[in-house]
Write a protein that binds this ligand. Structure first.
Ligand SMILES: C[S@@+](CC[C@H](N)C(=O)[O-])C[C@H]1O[C@@H](n2cnc3c(N)ncnc32)[C@H](O)[C@@H]1O
Length: 308
């Protein structure tokens, strides 16, 4: 396919809203998505984006493939350092002090696990000694099987540790084949499972939910409201919700109040109930029983440009 960026942009402006996604959210990653789309057209033997559009209209199953090609999977350890610093200094101690023996965390859209393992490492190296009676249990979910496979492996290029305190590298990782692999004592706290955040959430309540650089960047307004309502249904009153550094909750969401405006961390307010129309939560996630099996084929074969 010889078509350039403007044709791809035009195609994305047509396709993204049909997937419930927000054009503006893709501002910084359009070129990456366009590269994947060109590869997909080449695989299908299609000459241009107009032909791909016609193909989507003839073959509705292709929308699932297209959707998987829009997943932006960039992550790294301790991403947005100040947010993790605030979690360690304020949020996690407050949540742990309430007297329960377990701190339940959900990392929604966990990519290759960096966020979940950062929490496990932070808890163990910074907070566990102050709360010897409290265990942390982290459920980390993603819709993308290729990401979950990487998360299970828990080995990363050295660059993805660049925001993590240097002193923790040797304590929390072991070097294998030029990669940094998370030591078992830190992976044990994390359960990985496949889950689509647009479906019923895992069984709560959670003390802390991380939903960063996913729904509130890429979903359209309707999808953002639906996601906020689902999250409100599983964060316990007084618990915390963490968004990405450049994200905010959509207007009108009353179930959360700011805990830190700067860090985009919210506290679940008491007394506001889950929106009843969302129904009851799904079964608990476990690695052996994915809670939301979806027939979407993995895009791993067509995607190799954004794993860091
Ligand atoms: C940009 S990464 C964010 C990773 C991590 N939360 C962070 O901020 O570093 C977004 C992740 O969301 C996943 N994702 C996209 N759509 C999803 C959905 N509908 N449900 C669950 N995960 C989804 C992608 O596969 C990707 O791994």
């Amino acid at each position: 396919m010889t078509e350039g960026y403007p044709q791809c942009v035009e195609f994305l402006q047509w396709a993204l809203p049909r997937l419930g996604l927000r054009w503006g959210g893709f501002r910084k990653v359009r070129r990456q998505v366009c590269r994947r789309l060109r590869r997909r057209c080449a695989e299908l033997g299609l000459p241009d984006f107009a032909a791909y559009q016609a193909y989507l209209e003839r073959q509705p199953g292709e929308w699932t493939v297209l959707e998987s090609l829009t997943h932006i999977t960039i992550s790294r350890f301790n991403r947005d350092r100040s947010a993790f610093a605030f979690l360690a200094s304020d949020v996690l101690p407050a949540l742990a002090a309430r007297g329960a023996d377990a701190l339940r965390v959900w990392s929604a859209g966990c990519a290759s696990g960096e966020e979940a393992y950062t929490l496990a490492i932070t808890w163990r190296l910074r907070l566990a000694a102050d709360f010897p009676a409290v265990r942390i249990r982290i459920l980390a979910t993603d819709v993308d099987d290729a990401m979950l496979t990487r998360a299970r492996r828990a080995c990363y290029p050295p660059g993805s540790l660049r925001e993590l305190h240097e002193a923790w590298h040797a304590v929390a990782f072991v070097e294998r084949d030029g990669q940094r692999c998370v030591r078992d004592e830190f992976t044990q706290a994390v359960t990985l499972a496949r889950h689509d955040i647009r479906s019923a959430p895992p069984v709560g309540p959670f003390d802390l939910v991380m939903c960063r650089n996913l729904a509130f960047t890429y979903f359209d307004v309707e999808g953002q409201h639906a996601a906020a309502a689902r999250l409100a249904g599983v964060v316990r009153p007084g618990g915390a919700l963490v968004l990405g550094k450049h994200e905010t909750l959509p207007a009108g969401v009353e179930a959360f109040e700011p805990w830190s405006d700067a860090e985009r961390i919210y506290r679940r307010t008491a007394g506001i109930r889950m929106i009843p129309s969302l129904g009851s939560p799904a079964a608990e996630c476990s690695p052996s029983s994915p809670i939301n099996p979806v027939s979407a084929p993995s895009a791993a074969s067509t995607r190799s440009d954004d794993s860091s």
